[in-house]
Ligand binder design. Structure first.
Ligand code: 5GP
Length: 118
């Protein structure tokens, strides 16, 4: 799949659409999900053009991958869910219902999350 520059997260990265920012560094931007599924629901996105987890891990340089996942952990720290527990989810493709074609990780927590998909 080629990268679509008009996807909603690309517009957020360019500052064309506002977001409720939770964290930012050289590798990632994190912002609160517009329709949260948990008390803490933050989306973490890389700054480069990657369509999904599959694309990101196959194509991005190791330093970029490391920087991105370090940012995910910083988001957990900043939101406090590192203390109470959290779940990270990344949907890739149709069967996972990925709806935005810019790689993102959901950080979910702030309440007992149940076991996996339950
Ligand atoms: P996916 O289904 O691709 O894994 O997750 C996309 C997520 O992006 C959804 O949880 C959805 O609520 C969120 N989302 C879609 N559009 C926007 C938006 O404009 N702003 C924010 N903050 N979140 C969005």
């Amino acid at each position: 799949m080629s990268y679509d520059n008009n996807n909603i997260f690309a517009k957020i990265l360019r500052g064309e659409i506002p977001c409720n920012k939770a964290y930012e560094d050289d590798f990632a931007l994190a912002f609160h999900d517009i329709t949260p599924s948990a008390p803490v629901h933050v989306l973490v996105i890389p700054k480069g053009e990657y369509t999904s987890f599959d694309d990101f891990t196959a194509s991005a340089p190791a330093t970029t991958i490391h920087g991105f996942f370090a940012a995910v952990q910083k988001v957990a720290q900043k939101t406090g869910v590192d203390k109470t527990g959290y779940r990270i989810i990344s949907n890739h493709g149709a069967d996972a219902s990925q709806s935005v074609p810019h790689f993102h990780v959901h950080v979910l927590g702030g309440k007992p999350m149940g076991h996996l998909l339950a």
